[in-house]
Design a protein around this ligand. Sequence first.
Ligand code: ADP
Length: 472
Amino acid sequence: MKRHSLCTVLSVRFLLLVLAVVLGISVVSNLLISRQFEAYVGEQQKTRADELAQNLSDQYDAARGGWNIDYVHGLGMAVLEDGFILRLRDREGKVLWDAENHDMMLCHRVMENIARDMREKRPELEGRFLTHHYDLKHAGIPAGSLDISYYSPYYIDRNDFRFMSALNRILIAVGGVSLAAAMIMGWLLAARIVRPLSETVESTRRIAGGDYTARLRSDIAEKEVYELTRAINRMADSLREQEELRKRLTSDVAHELRTPVAGLSSCVEMMIDGVLEPTPERLRGCQEELRRLSGLISDLERLREAEGGELTLRKRRVELRALAETVLRSFESQLAEKGLTGRVSGGPAEVFADPGRLRQVVTNLISNAVKYSREGGNIRVVIAETEKSCVLRVEDDGIGIPREDLSRIFERFYRTDVSRNRKTGGAGIGLAIVRSIVRAHGGSVTAESGEGGGSVFSVTLPRGEQVPSGKD
Ligand code: ADP
């Protein structure tokens, strides 16, 4: 399919539109003006004939009871060229002066010329010479009668035609100038619309080529184009973040694996070289490292499953309080190790969910609370219900989460600097798994943290049967 530039398409359409408008206006105004003008000319002819009759009446000599034939002759000959053919009769009806009798040749020539002219110029008119009769009176006394023949319904002479064609030329010139102006304006307008779009295409190409720093101008007046550039800028932001995350993912996985593998391999090497005794204690240490490694691998697998949309949920009714208590009990020894107290309050509350996955969510949240709590801290699991949803909150008074990290801790492998420094051992996957599972249940999870430490994680799940069975 042949594609034309938007600028050309817009300009041509604009031009066509103006062309149609200018043509329409020209045709209609030409028609109206012509009609008006013809009516005016017809009216003028009639007025002129009336004036002629009036003029002749004034020439009647009442004292002599006769007409000044010389004057009538002069007048009759003068108006003959204008298409008025006079015939004067006295009171008894006797013809006193008749243009046709007087100079038949000239008279017929004038009539033929006029008729031919009009047939050529207005063939649709079907005009002809009509005779109009006037009874002449002088000072109220009948003085005779006058027949005036002229071309009806109207006769447009050469001057009138010249005027009409001048008017038409002006209309055509105005139309031409409007078209030229429309062409220039259309082009400028189209260029104004198209310029930011072209820039957008250029930047989008750069972004698609991997240059995620490319950004579009935001000082754009047109709302839709502005929205488009904003959407593309946001897309570039998220692509850049994804790219960073991908890079970090690779380096984090490498880092997470390298430390235990290096420890293990040096330990085993030393045992083989006889530098270290393979005591049951040392072997248990190695086993612990191996367990951590396999834990990390299964975490990665779970994350891929949860994020890849492969999560199949086997849903049934789950009572949140009982679930929270069971999970908290499984942390008993870790709580005791750090001197922490754990308590579940609120509930019972039922949700329709996959119990195994939900258990994973609560386990990850409590495990974090334990990891990031200071010695002797408190952990509370609070269960609350609203009309449409159930909320499970895991609260601790531990090290807290910096405000700037709150929105990012659910990303995979994201860890705050505080937790890195403390070498708590997590890989930054737990919360990503939590978010994926909760979303797959049609719920949401948020994190809050106070200034002086302490964190609250709230999981909101739809209640009972209303839970949609869809995935994230
Ligand atoms: P990790 O295995 O590192 O704990 P998570 O995905 O579970 O990974 O958590 C991501 C990061 O969020 C943690 O590294 C930590 O910085 C922060 N975090 C999570 N839970 C808490 C909490 N209860 N208190 C303080 N920081 C937390």
